[in-house]
Write a protein that binds this ligand. Structure first.
Ligand code: PLI
Length: 461
């Protein structure tokens, strides 16, 4: 019998109790957190959909692998096991572990910024990627396909790079001023939307024409491969492993926050296909920033868990359940008329808060208003992905208006059940039914870098 949403392909062997609070308590807790869900204690959250980053559950094989972790400072067996896994999956020659994705960005991205006034072009930079591009003295340009902004309509690959926009931008800025092309797979800020193999291939061709490097931001590489298998002609009979290998073959470097599809709570990867000089530069910089190049801020236990997690993420049954959970939540919301980025992507349901609360202007952060309302309603923590996250223009310091105002309901891997997702859906639907009562927010304190993490707010009456 074919199930619409497959059941958990695992049994639950260890449980962690979660606390419930009352609505009155949550009103007070949110106020004390400066109306910023990042400042809530996780103990005060019933269902935590803030992020899928480092929040998933590890398997028994990963926990077992941790027991053989070798804590040598230099040249540990754990490092070599992880290096072997990275080489098998990506097929790249060089590998450096780092403590998480932004560690990879901090070490790698400045290496291609050789003079002032350079640009990275991406199918959308993730927020820390953008921050590291700017900290390296360059500027970040996003060239995602327009389909991405056609929120309510189905497109197979809304995460794709817009090829004409990419070419025009390279020509306009001058190829000598482009530091590199970044392919974020899946495209997190577009709604966890996948990128097609054909698109990655074309970006490779454009890069070759202009003599540029392609960097794969592969935090969710396995989820992207799952969508390629499901939706792209010619890939139905290929394994996820084969698809990942082909995706990587079009890149020069692979940066990864392993806290996502690495199925670990901490870790990151820099992998470089064959550029020894670039590898040597990264190795030099990783020492002061992250640690010796054979541990890069990780301990042996972390590296062993990651070596196993990278392989487990290629399991198709695991991936099917993972994506089915996201689809289940998306379907429940859509059936109730809640506007979402459709189809749902790989790791989250993105609620379209521009349509949800059109009476709140971008500078009063409609997605924050919805996010705070569902916390108060049910103790569910989500995250704003909109004008608050986008921040200010680094040159004019004006608030930038995001094309989309999204609330991300991010599903951690192997952590929650469909029943938890029902609680989430009921809360969002309830808030949607009372959406006219929602109010916007203004800053009480605004931090200067990645402001969404630490700023505080007050509701506008
Ligand atoms: O959180 P890090 O430093 O391990 O990784 C940074 C990072 C880089 N690229 C992409 C596509 C990400 O999604 C990403 C982190 N994402 C987070 C934290 C998230 O909540 O989506």
């Amino acid at each position: 019998m074919k199930q619409k949403y497959i059941a958990e392909p695992y049994r639950i062997k260890m449980v962690e109790p979660i606390r419930e609070t009352t609505k009155e308590e949550r009103i007070e807790l949110l106020k004390n957190a400066g109306y910023n869900p990042f400042s809530l204690k996780s103990d005060d959250v019933y269902i935590d959909l803030l992020t899928d980053s480092g929040t998933g559950a590890m398997s028994q094989e990963q926990w077992a692998a941790m027991m053989i972790g070798d804590e040598a400072y230099a040249g540990s067996r754990s490092f070599y096991r992880l290096e072997a896994a990275v080489r098998t999956i990506m097929g790249y020659e060089y590998f450096i572990p780092v403590h998480q994705g932004r560690g990879a960005e901090k070490v790698f991205l400045p290496q291609l910024v050789t003079k002032p006034g350079m640009f990275y072009i991406a199918n959308i930079h993730f927020d820390t990627t953008r921050a590291h591009v700017e900290l390296a003295g360059a500027r970040a340009i996003d060239c995602v396909v327009p389909d991405c902004y056609d929120i309510e309509h189905y497109h197979d690959f809304k995460g794709n790079m817009c090829l004409s926009c990419l070419e025009e931008t390279i020509i306009e800025k001058g190829k000598e001023n482009i530091a590199g092309l970044i392919m974020t797979v899946t495209n997190n800020s577009a709604g966890g939307q996948p990128v097609s193999m054909a698109n990655i291939k074309e970006v490779r061709k454009i890069a070759d024409r202009f003599g540029l490097k392609v960097i794969i931001d592969g935090a969710r590489y396995a989820e992207n491969a799952f969508f390629i298998k499901e939706r792209e002609l010619g890939y139905q009979d290929k394994s996820i492993k084969e698809i990942v290998f082909e995706m990587c073959s079009y890149g020069d470097a692979f940066l990864m926050s392993a806290k996502k599809d690495g199925l670990v709570n901490m870790g990151g990867i820099i992998a470089i296909k064959n550029d020894k000089e670039l590898f040597d530069k990264c190795r030099t910089y990783v020492v002061p920033y992250e640690g010796f190049p054979t541990y890069g801020g990780l301990n042996g236990r972390d590296m062993d868990a990651l070596a196993v997690g990278l392989m487990e993420a290629l399991d198709e049954r695991y991936l099917r359940h993972r994506i089915d959970q996201v689809r289940y939540l998306g379907d429940r919301l859509r059936d109730a008329g809640v506007p979402i980025q459709f189809p749902v992507g790989g790791h989250a349901v993105f609620v379209d808060c521009k349509a949800f609360a059109p009476h709140i202007p971008f500078y009063e952060f409609p997605a924050l208003a919805v996010t705070n309302a569902i916390y108060i309603e049910a103790g569910v923590r989500a995250v704003e992905i909109g004008s608050l996250l986008l921040g200010r223009d680094p040159d004019t310091h004006k608030n930038k208006e995001s094309k989309m105002e999204l609330m991300r309901l991010t599903i951690p891997r192997r952590l929650y059940t469909y029943n938890h997702l029902d609680v989430v859906a009921d809360a969002v639907i309830h808030v949607y039914e009372h959406r006219h009562e929602l109010k916007g927010y203004t800053f009480e304190y605004e931090s200067s870098i990645l402001r969404h993490f630490t700023s505080t707010f007050k509701p506008i009456d």
